[in-house]
Design a protein around this ligand. Structure first.
Ligand code: E4P
Length: 217
């Protein structure tokens, strides 16, 4: 499973990228607003840093303006994936941009039917939001599973990009189901390294290092 990092914070992307943990980046208007940066400038910086796909989201609601925005975003760098919402206008924009050879990430997907439409419109990525479904006592992972089944049944090439990830468990669950990509905030990716038995085991080893005066350097 590929890891995308869900942030527009350059330092955090750089830290994970240096460790080889970043296969791509996703942003959205809320993450851009949080960064306090100009969307075109920060997106260019991210694209220069990361070689994989960098999702940058349109802000218009009608297809004509979305398309113009998408074309402008795509000019930032070759690794831009234009992000469009899963609305009828977003699907129209998705089809037009993919026909021009531009990667498209269709976002705000909450149902298998929406994912089916995005695949028909040629989306490069479909972003089902699992955390926001879980917040409503629905099961976001069930949605990933349903989309996996449907895409595999018909050989759709659209990549399932699990989004709205809230915990380290979501990451392993998505990998087990067969999501192609998961995008997560940096803190969630780092939390995947944590285990209380690792901490406990290390504390025991350190006590013995102290007791025996073990030195290597
Ligand atoms: C990524 O593409 C999405 O915009 C993001 O994962 C949404 O996450 P949230 O539900 O935590 O805002």
């Amino acid at each position: 499973m590929k890891f995308f990092v869900d942030t527009a914070e350059i330092d955090q992307i750089k830290e994970l990228n240096d460790l080889g943990m970043v296969d791509g980046v996703t942003t959205n208007p809320s993450l851009i607003a949080k960064s306090g940066r100009n969307i075109l400038e920060v997106t260019k910086e991210i694209c220069d840093l990361v070689s994989g796909p960098v999702s940058a989201e349109v802000v218009a609601l009608d297809a004509e303006t979305m398309l113009a925005e998408g074309r402008k975003l795509a000019k930032i760098a070759d690794n831009i994936a234009v992000k469009v919402p899963l609305t009828w206008a977003g699907l129209q924009t998705c089809k037009a941009l993919t026909d021009e050879g531009i990667m498209v990430n269709v976002t705000l997907c909450f149902s298998a039917n929406q994912a089916l439409l995005a695949a028909k419109a040629g989306a490069t990525f479909i972003s089902p939001f699992i955390g926001r479904l879980d917040d409503l006592n629905l099961d976001g992972l069930d949605l990933i599973e349903d989309i996996r089944t449907i895409y595999d049944n018909y050989g759709f090439e659209t990549n399932i990009l699990a989004a709205s990830i809230r915990s380290a468990n979501h990451m392993s669950d998505c990998a087990k189901i067969g999501a192609d990509v998961a995008t997560a905030p940096p803190a969630v990716i780092k939390a995947m390294a944590n285990h209380m038995l690792t901490d406990k085991g290390l504390a025991g080893f350190m006590a013995d290092v102290e007791k025996a005066g073990i030195k290597i350097l």
